[in-house]
Design a protein around this ligand. Structure first.
Ligand code: GDP
Length: 208
């Protein structure tokens, strides 16, 4: 197995310190997206695992962070999905608290994968989260999921619309807003995602 489940945690005091076999703190990739966007499916596919990342039976109810290590190389934090219509307000605000403290306090956080379903333009919550990440200087890679649901000629136009909706002010010719297309059934995006992670996270981790 290339990935290992480490633990579930809600509060910063319970987050694991994840190191490689040489004792260096692993750079961490946080994975965020609306409930049902395909987050668990993508992670299992990326990890070449069947059920390592648990799919919540009640969407929107999983309010914990799951930590994984991947090939003695990187760590992954699967953050709870947001925006499920049936979730009561109290859970929504606990989501915000949990995710904000993770994003602000996790020193090893090196990249956020923000997953968006390619069929839909980003909604208010997606945009608010993206703005927050941008404002707080969190390196972010957009991953557009379920691309098999669109025809190949629809894909590029829809990808452009989503990037446009996220805000051109956040990109420039030298710093373009990057996005990756991902489909689990079509086995699309794995290589591109791996390549992007290597590019973003290749410098050596810090020694503590
Ligand atoms: P999560 O709530 O974000 O973890 O979403 P899941 O991974 O549980 O996926 C939600 C639904 O979308 C499930 O029915 C999956 O089978 C489906 N799904 C996930 N990824 C894909 C994909 O790439 N293509 C298609 N067609 N369906 C997908």
């Amino acid at each position: 197995m290339r990935a290992t489940f480490i633990k579930t945690a809600c509060h910063p005091k319970d987050y694991p310190t994840l190191k490689d076999s040489r004792g260096r703190v692993l750079r961490e990739v946080a994975v965020l997206g609306r409930s049902n966007v395909g987050k668990s499916s993508l992670l299992n596919h990326f990890f070449h695992a069947k059920n390592l990342v648990k799919v919540s039976s009640t969407p929107g109810k999983t309010q914990t962070i799951q930590f994984f290590t991947f090939e003695d190389k990187w760590a992954f934090a699967d953050l709870p999905g947001y925006g499920y219509a049936q979730v009561p307000g109290g859970i929504r605000s606990s989501w915000k608290g949990m995710v904000e403290s993770y994003l602000q306090e996790r020193g090893s956080l090196s990249l956020v994968l923000l997953l968006l379903d390619i069929r839909h333009l980003p909604n208010e919550q997606d945009l608010a989260l993206y703005e927050w990440l941008f404002y707080h200087n969190k390196p972010t890679l957009i991953v557009l999921t379920k691309t098999d649901k669109l025809s190949s000629h629809q894909l590029a136009a829809q990808q452009a619309r989503i990037i446009e909706a996220l805000g051109q002010k956040h990109s420039s010719p030298t710093n373009p807003l990057l996005s990756i297309l991902y489909s689990v059934p079509k086995n699309q995006g794995h290589r591109e995602l791996l390549f992007s992670l290597h590019q973003t996270l290749s410098h050596p981790p810090s020694i503590v």
